[in-house]
Design a protein around this ligand. Structure first.
Ligand code: SAM
Length: 349
């Protein structure tokens, strides 16, 4: 279900990416059709049980010492003053009671300019939804996002007044679920600044506009009446912060910032453990940013063919570090097994 979103909210109110580590990562079947960008044959629609899967990564043959970690400086993204622009001419789709902008339209628009990182053209020209160290997949919604959303609802995870991080957020849907659950603060992080500006932030704005009535969200037509900005946007957006950059860098930025920062009660992260090269940075970031009694909910496939990561490898890695206790709280055995893992500090309550 999709529609063009071109109303105005309130008209009266007024590092350079690294050289690609050229891989032939081929992704299987993503959540969304790639309609016009000529990328890999991705035919599954938004409700099917499929998502990007790394195929054959070159660095599978590399020894650990040859593997490259990535670096991208961290940056906090300001929420634009003119929110009209954020959703102007976007096409909105819905799934699981959530709104998100149609990525293929953003990709087409950005190919004509507006993607300073150049990740869209690089992703198109390399026919890949992952270019390690350059583009980490945030322009797509990966299927474990929906597993995590389902789990949070089934397990009745409470967000009220909690401080939440959507780590490796991409579209940011799990963070948006936390916002709907009345989280006190929700921070969004993605590797790529283009993803934050062109996808995450617009999605937060779109879902904020429709937050009121569940019935409203069932409509397939654009709303006839403009929501008033004052009704919903500023208060929701005031709870949010947006960051791009590599995990260690973002962690350092948060911990050294002059702005007050309290550690997260809940960290949500979906499809972020495909690449074992990043496990150390991810693990340490979780350890640095999670409150002592906090919880991480991590959604992942059992194994990412080609890249080599997966839930059991990450579980083993975490065990060896002896910082967190982990438990697999849900398994989804449709096709390639997918899991939800809960993590807490070993000495937490
Ligand atoms: N969570 C989203 C979903 O499920 O649709 C996006 C998943 S995408 C495959 C992986 C995400 O992890 C990317 O959006 C990227 O921002 C983040 N990521 C991966 N490696 C990273 C790294 N080393 N540093 C920072 N972010 C990273």
């Amino acid at each position: 279900m999709s529609f063009r979103f071109n109303f105005f909210i309130d008209e009266n109110e007024n590092n350079e990416p690294e050289t690609p580590d050229k891989t032939d990562l081929q992704l299987g079947s993503p959540k969304h059709k790639q309609e016009s960008t000529g990328k890999s044959e991705q035919t599954a629609d938004a409700v099917s049980d499929s998502s990007p899967r790394p195929g054959a990564a070159k660095h599978q043959d590399e020894t650990p010492s040859e593997r490259k970690s990535c670096f991208k400086a961290a940056k906090e993204h300001d929420v634009p003053d003119d929110l009209n622009k954020v959703l102007e001419n976007k096409v909105i789709e819905t799934e699981s009671d959530l709104y998100y902008i149609k990525m293929s339209v953003v990709e087409m628009m950005c190919l004509g300019g507006g993607d300073e990182e150049g990740i869209i053209s690089k992703s198109v020209s390399s026919h890949s939804d992952l270019i390690p160290g350059v583009y980490e997949g945030g322009l797509k919604i990966w299927e474990c996002t929906f597993d995590l959303i389902d789990y949070l609802s089934e397990a009745e995870i409470q967000f009220t007044n909690k401080t939440v991080l959507d780590l490796g957020c991409g579209a940011g849907l799990v963070g948006i679920v936390a916002l709907r659950g009345k989280a006190g603060k929700v921070h969004f992080q993605d590797y790529n600044s283009t993803v934050i500006d062109k996808i995450t932030l617009p999605n937060v704005v779109a879902n904020s506009i429709y937050k009121g009535s569940r019935d409203d969200r069932k409509v397939s037509q654009p709303p006839l009446k403009r929501p008033k900005k004052a009704e919903c946007l500023p208060d929701v957006l005031a709870k949010c912060r947006f960051f791009s950059g590599e995990w260690s860098e973002v962690s350092q930025l948060l911990l050294s910032s002059n702005k007050p920062f309290s550690k997260y009660d809940i960290i949500l992260t979906s499809e972020t453990i495909y690449n074992p090269d990043y496990y150390s940075a991810l693990h340490d970031t979780l350890a640095q940013l999670l409150d002592k009694n906090g919880r991480v909910y991590l959604a992942s496939k059992a194994h990412y063919f080609g890249v080599g990561g997966g839930i059991y490898l990450f579980e083993k890695f975490t065990e060896e570090r002896k910082v967190f206790r982990t438990s697999i709280v849900k398994k989804i055995d449709k096709g390639l097994q997918r899991c939800i893992m809960e993590m807490a500090f070993k000495d937490s309550s």
